[in-house]
Design a protein around this ligand. Structure first.
Ligand code: FES
Length: 126
C-alpha cells in the first residue's frame, strides 16, 4: 500500500459492562462497516482503517478519528516528539461520535472522497 491519503482510527476499546466504551457501543461493527465501505468504494489505496484504543471521548461511543495522513516528514524525530509536532502543525484530526453503521457510507463519501468532514456526525476535539 502506498502512503494513504487518510487514516481512520476506530475505537474498539472494551471496558467493563457498566462503563461507557466504544466496544459496548458497537465499535467492532463500525470498524467492519468502514472496512466494507472502503472496499466497496475501491479506496483501499487511499484510506487506511485501523482499530484503536480509547480516544478519550468514551461518552460519545463509538468514536472515530480521521486524519489526513501527511505526517511522514517527521519520521526522523523520536515518536513522542513526532506526535506533538504533528498535533501542532497538522490540526487536521476530525472526531466523529455516536456513530451507527448507517453513518459510515456518508462519512466515507464526504470526508474521504470529497475532502469535507461530515459535520452531522462530528464531535468536539477537546
Ligand atoms: S472507549 Fe472509545 S473513546 Fe474511550
Amino acid at each position: 500500500m502506498n502512503q494513504p491519503k487518510y487514516r481512520v482510527f476506530v475505537c474498539t476499546r472494551q471496558r467493563t459492562q457498566s462503563e461507557d466504551c466504544c466496544f459496548n457501543c458497537g465499535g467492532v461493527e463500525i470498524y467492519q462497516a468502514f472496512c466494507d465501505e472502503i472496499d466497496r468504494q475501491q479506496l483501499i489505496n487511499q484510506v487506511e482503517v485501523r482499530q484503536s484504543g480509547c480516544l478519550d471521548r468514551c461518552e460519545a461511543g463509538t468514536v472515530v478519528a480521521v486524519y489526513r495522513a501527511n505526517w511522514q516528514n517527521f519520521t526522523w524525530l523520536p515518536d513522542k516528539i513526532q506526535h506533538k509536532v504533528r498535533k501542532l502543525l497538522f490540526p487536521n484530526r476530525h472526531l466523529y461520535g455516536h456513530l451507527t453503521s448507517a453513518d459510515i457510507p456518508e462519512i466515507v463519501a464526504s470526508h474521504s472522497i470529497d475532502g469535507k468532514p461530515l459535520k452531522r456526525c462530528q464531535i468536539d476535539i477537546n
